[in-house]
Ligand binder design. Structure first.
Ligand SMILES: NC(=O)c1ccc[n+]([C@@H]2O[C@H](COP(=O)([O-])OP(=O)(O)OC[C@H]3O[C@@H](n4cnc5c(N)ncnc54)[C@H](OP(=O)(O)O)[C@@H]3O)[C@@H](O)[C@H]2O)c1
Length: 244
């Protein structure tokens, strides 16, 4: 890893145009990092860049679809050697679907974005010594709801992928952050008008008594990225959801 006292830390965040990825971008810019956010929509990326408060660091964006190997190869040939790579990308369309009406194409989209995409990042990123890869799984792997079988499986498999990559790519560190329910734009798509009610219902059951915030996941990601002795680890940031 570059010595942040003398050299600017460089970080790629795939999924950085929204939610947790965007919160991480803001936190890194506040720390002085050079941040590259990537996702599919140029418009969304441009809007996201504008929302990041000015800081000692910088943010810029590159359009890239994590499910396309061509895009991922191009992304890393543009950015060159990098300290940390993070993905929060998820294709929300196929995330929740009852198995009885299971749509294969949508299921593959979810697996491509959440599982195969991170493998492509591991294949093409040129991580500098001491750097890291951080993936995002989720509570569905541990407390699946009806209709969440595909994302539950993707999250569980992603954690196994990270364990294997930590062995294969060491000394590059590979970790996973597993969020509980976090108030991000994804919920507008998943729950629509029922979002607040569903959040309140879960909050009442959680030990912490509330839903999480994207900035709290950003802090969890920073912890695994920057601790040089953490690899092959899943950090749960779920307000105690696995216990209820
Ligand atoms: N929010 C929660 O309660 C929760 C709970 C558990 C786990 N998680 C997990 O946490 C992660 C982040 O979720 P979030 O709530 O922050 O989601 P979000 O706000 O919807 O952000 C998702 C990001 O992924 C990008 N994206 C989607 N498909 C992509 C693709 N094929 N290639 C590149 N970028 C892509 C989106 O931008 P474009 O659409 O422009 O590509 C967007 O920037 C996800 O992996 C999700 O499964 C979330």
């Amino acid at each position: 890893m570059t010595d942040s006292a003398t050299t600017t830390e460089r970080v790629v965040i795939v999924g950085g145009s929204s939610g947790m990825g965007l919160a991480l971008a803001a936190a890194l810019v506040a720390e002085g990092a050079e941040v590259i956010i990537a996702s599919r929509s140029a418009e969304r990326l441009a809007d996201a860049e504008r929302t990041v408060p000015e800081g000692p660091g910088t943010v810029r964006s590159i359009v890239a679809d994590i499910t396309s190997e061509t895009d991922i190869e191009r992304l890393f040939s543009e950015v060159g050697p990098i300290d940390h790579v993070v993905t929060t990308a998820v294709d929300v369309e196929g995330v929740y679907q009852p198995i009885a009406s299971f749509d294969l194409e949508l299921a593959r989209k979810t697996l491509d974005a959440k599982l195969i995409g991170p493998a492509l990042l591991a294949k093409h990123a040129r991580i500098v010594p001491g750097g890291s890869l951080t993936f995002t799984s989720g509570i569905a792997a541990y407390r699946p709801a009806p209709g969440s079988s595909i994302v539950a499986a993707a999250n569980g498999a992603l954690e196994s992928l990270a364990y294997a990559l930590a062995i294969e790519l060491g000394p590059t560190r590979v970790n996973v952050v597993s969020p509980g329910w976090i108030d991000t734009p994804i919920w507008d798509t998943i729950a629509g008008d029922a979002k607040t009610e569903r959040h309140q219902q879960l909050a009442a059951r959680l030990p912490v008594g509330r839903i999480g915030q994207p900035a709290e996941i950003a802090k969890a990601m920073l912890a695994v990225m920057h601790n040089q002795f953490i690899t092959g680890t899943v950090l749960h940031a779920d307000g105690g959801h696995r216990l209820v």
